[in-house]
Design a protein around this ligand. Structure first.
Ligand SMILES: NC(=O)c1ccc[n+]([C@@H]2O[C@H](COP(=O)([O-])OP(=O)(O)OC[C@H]3O[C@@H](n4cnc5c(N)ncnc54)[C@H](OP(=O)(O)O)[C@@H]3O)[C@@H](O)[C@H]2O)c1
Length: 439
């Protein structure tokens, strides 16, 4: 019933009001201008940019905006009489972006957004508001930039019951980790380069501390499992603590390190977490280099599906924004989270104490007789079996790095063992742990 209302009358043009003319906004205007004929043929109607908003009216955006109404106040787009769909490309989970989306929906306008922070925190409420207003609220570009993962999960794989999703969801983290891996450099050094190249923001916290990936993962969780999004039920770790030494040990053990977002559903509940993880050198994730993103999804009918592509950048992100616009213009806009918002379930979310798997541990210890035996003995006391061990001694400091990979173990046992190892008198620094991904 509501869906039937998301039809644009006859074959009148779909008229857009674009808020934000930065990296994504300007590229969106350009894609629409460059591919006008193609888009209208695919949508069955013309797609027109009739109004825009940004802070600085005088800035050259590299696109022809003559004849387009420039609104100094972005919120004017929400009540603009000629706008059918507001395209929110400002960003941020509060302030003008949130107000604009809320007001546009309340005023019966469709909304397309690339704003992961907003969708992760307020997506369930906004999709409910959109359903009530009988408008579409679409946000393909919010997750993995140019990779159409939301549409794939929602429509391409609509036949499936999903069990697991994993993704490299932050290009900055992947650029840093793969540069550290190739060039043996330290985190801080590569981060500085990423900032110079414009791959990392200043400050870089949202990316390197894992929050950007967490926002995207929360959206995937909601869509894949049909549950209400819960950002505060998410385990979030970034990549700052990964050292050049971990890259070397990972290589010797036959792994690479990637920053993954993983969400799983079992009978016990849903577990969503982002953290740096060891992945096998022959796994698809290990082949994801530089700023690329990748997504992997498991469903009962498809088995698994892996996609790799650009996770950011103006044109690639605009590709996803315009895909939503074309769907809307063609009258095939799907519900935001694949089901009507009132069908989204309250899930039981599990924390990391429910996690189990293999673990990489690195210990910096005094280089004394019996230390390795003591370490493995202490692990055994915590029911932890060791699969492989490497040791790297430094004669000058009389210290050693011990790196090991455990058997499949429970996180609670690992955490208890780490706490005990940190107390040992031969430990110089706290034990460094990285989970080994089972994909
Ligand atoms: N960049 C990417 O690769 C990428 C990828 C996926 C998703 N996204 C998402 O896309 C959105 C936009 O990102 P972006 O990289 O394009 O950001 P950006 O380059 O910083 O552009 C933001 C735009 O918003 C405008 N703006 C800021 N405050 C405003 C206000 N109060 N009223 C009107 N306009 C205002 C700015 O105007 P001025 O230009 O005049 O300052 C600018 O044009 C964000 O939600 C981001 O998370 C970005």
């Amino acid at each position: 019933m509501l869906r039937a209302m998301i039809q644009i009358e006859g074959n009148k043009p779909l008229r857009l009001g674009i808020a934000g003319l930065g990296t994504v906004g300007a590229a969106t205007c350009k894609v629409i201008a460059d591919n006008q004929d193609l888009l209208s043929a695919r949508a069955g109607r013309a797609i027109e940019v009739v109004a825009v908003s940004a802070r600085d009216k005088s800035k050259d955006r590299g696109v022809d905006l003559s004849g387009v109404d420039f609104c100094d106040d972005a919120l004017a787009l929400a009540r603009h009489p000629d706008v059918d769909c507001v395209v929110e490309l400002i960003g941020g989970d509060a302030g003008v972006a949130r107000q604009l989306v809320e007001q546009a929906i309340a005023n019966g306008k469709h909304v397309v957004s690339a704003n992961k922070a907003l969708v992760a925190k307020h997506g369930a409420a906004l999709s409910a508001a959109a359903d009530t207003a009988g408008v579409a609220f679409l946000f393909e570009a919010a997750v993995a930039g140019g990779i159409p993962i939301l549409k794939t999960i929602r429509e391409g794989l609509a036949a499936n019951r999903f069990t697991q999703f994993a993704g490299i969801l932050n290009g900055t983290c992947n650029f840093i980790l793969t540069a550290m891996e190739r060039e043996g450099r330290d985190f801080d050094d590569v981060l500085a380069e990423a900032q110079e190249r414009g791959y990392a923001e200043t400050p870089p916290d949202l990316d390197v501390d894992g929050w950007d990936a967490a926002h995207k993962l929360a959206i995937v969780t909601g869509l894949a499992f049909g549950v209400k999004l819960k950002m505060d039920a998410m385990h979030v770790e970034g990549i700052r603590r990964i050292a050049a030494q971990d890259m070397q040990f990972a290589d010797e053990f036959g792994y690479r390190i990637r920053h993954l977002g993983i969400t799983k559903q079992s009978e016990a509940g849903v577990m969503q977490a982002v953290y740096p993880a060891f992945v096998k050198q022959d796994s698809a994730f290990a082949g994801v280099q530089r700023v690329l993103n990748a997504t992997y999804v498991e469903g009962d009918a498809i088995g698994s599906l892996f996609m790799m592509g650009p996770g950011a950048g103006g044109a690639a992100t605009a590709s996803s924004v315009v895909m939503d616009v074309v769907d809307l213009a063609a009258g095939r806009a799907a519900p935001s989270f694949g089901v009507a918002s009132e069908k989204l379930k309250e899930a039981a979310f599990l924390d990391m104490t429910s996690h189990s798997g293999a673990y990489y541990l690195r210990l910096h210890v005094k280089d004394e007789d019996g230390v390795l035996a003591d370490v493995t003995g202490l692990l055994r006391e915590h029911s932890i079996g060791v699969e492989r061990v490497l040791q790297d001694a430094d004669e000058a400091t009389q210290t050693a790095q011990i790196a090991l990979i455990t058997h499949l173990e429970k996180e609670v046992d690992i955490q208890a063992a780490i706490a005990a190892l940190n107390q040992a008198d031969y430990s110089i620094n706290d034990v460094h742990m990285v989970r080994v991904a089972a994909i």
